[in-house]
Every structure is written in C-alpha cells, then in structure tokens.
Design a protein around this ligand. Structure first.
Ligand SMILES: [Fe+2]
Ligand SMILES: [Fe+2]
Length: 204
C-alpha cells in the first residue's frame, strides 16, 4: 500500500492521482469523464473556500461517478451483489444506485481506503440528513461544474462564490427538489430530509 501525502493530507491509496485519472478514463464514457474532471476542479475550489481537505475533495470529485461505469440496467444487480440495500424508490430509479456502488468501487478499483471520501461519493446523489462539509462540497460541485448547463446554474455558481456552505447547499437541494417534482419523478426521501435538516439548523 502506497501512501501519498500532499498539503498535510494523507489519503491511503495504491495509485497516484494521475493513475486514478487514467484508470477512470478507461472506464467511463468521454462525456462522463470530462464531467468528473470538472467536478474535481470545482470541488477543490469549494474546498479551499470552505476550509475542507483539498486532496480528499479532488479525489472524491474525480471519482464520484465511478459507479457509472456500469450500464443503468446492471445497477440493481451490482448493488445487491455487494449487499447494498435497495429501497423502493431506488428500485424505481436505479440510476441513484451508482453513488453507493461508486463508493464501493473506490476501494475495489482505485485502492482507496478513506471513509470520508467513500461517504462523500455514497452521498453525492441524494444527499444525507447529516452531511459533512466534504459531502456538501462534492454534492454541490456535481451541480455546478463547468460543463453543467441549466437555467439556474449561473445563480448557483454565484452562490458558490458568495454564500455560506449551508445556504448554498440548501438552495441546491431546493432547486433539485423543484426540478424533480416538475419532471414528475419520485423524490428520494433522503433529499427531503437533507433539506429539512438544513432548514431546521438555520431556524435554531
Ligand atoms: Fe453521480
Ligand atoms: Fe456527477
């Protein structure tokens, strides 16, 4: 096991960052790989702004979608064979499972043993009620990386430069829920819990 250190952060991994990048490139479609580079870059920017470990943010950002190497139709099987519980909402929208499978793949493929990175990847899709700062950074970086294009994205990018971490993520969760409702999709209950938690935190 090789350990590499940067700026006081130690992430236990078998690969250097460039090796991870090469391995990921071989496993993802080009568009998804470019998106991953964008999330890594944005995650580092947010990590610096909010005092989060930059190295963990860079790695979690790069690898957050590594579970997308599987076809959508294979995700339920890939989750179940790893013992990951699949809820009714996730069974109806198996794409959500790529986050949990990705959290396992960082260890299986990239040799990373880092609970904070694994958790941030696990939570990057639907969020969590008790998100850490790293979880929030990765979740939001995924929404606003340079390749993203949707009506609200410029406003959310402005928040990433001006708002507090919680205010920024709260607005991101609100926009996500509004979008999902407008599209007529199911809302993952954890996303609602994540937003409620931030609202309750702000009102106390
Ligand atoms: Fe994702
Ligand atoms: Fe993503």
């Amino acid at each position: 096991m090789l350990t590499y250190e940067r700026k006081g952060c130690t992430v236990r991994t078998k690969m250097t960052y460039d090796e991870m990048k090469e391995a990921l490139k071989k496993r993802l479609k080009p568009k998804r790989f470019t998106h991953s580079l964008g999330v890594a870059e944005t995650a580092v920017f947010l990590a610096r702004r909010f005092g989060v470990d930059e190295e963990k943010a860079r790695i979690a950002g790069l690898l957050h979608d590594c579970g997308r190497e599987y076809e959508d139709s294979a995700l339920i099987h890939e989750a179940e064979r790893r013992g990951i519980p699949v809820s009714d909402v996730e069974r109806a929208m198996p794409i959500l499972l790529h986050a949990y499978i990705g959290a396992r793949r960082v260890r299986e493929v990239y040799g990373i043993k880092d609970a904070a990175i694994e958790q941030a990847i696990w939570r990057h899709s639907v969020g969590a009620e008790d998100m850490t700062d790293l979880d929030k950074v990765i979740w939001f970086a995924d929404m606003i990386e340079p390749g993203r294009a949707y009506p609200e994205v410029e406003r959310l990018r402005r928040l990433s430069r001006e708002a507090s971490l919680d205010a920024m993520v709260l607005e991101g969760l609100t926009q996500t829920i509004l979008f999902v409702v407008r599209e007529g999709h199911l809302i993952h209950p954890v996303t609602v819990a994540a937003r409620n938690a931030l609202l309750l935190k702000g009102s106390t």
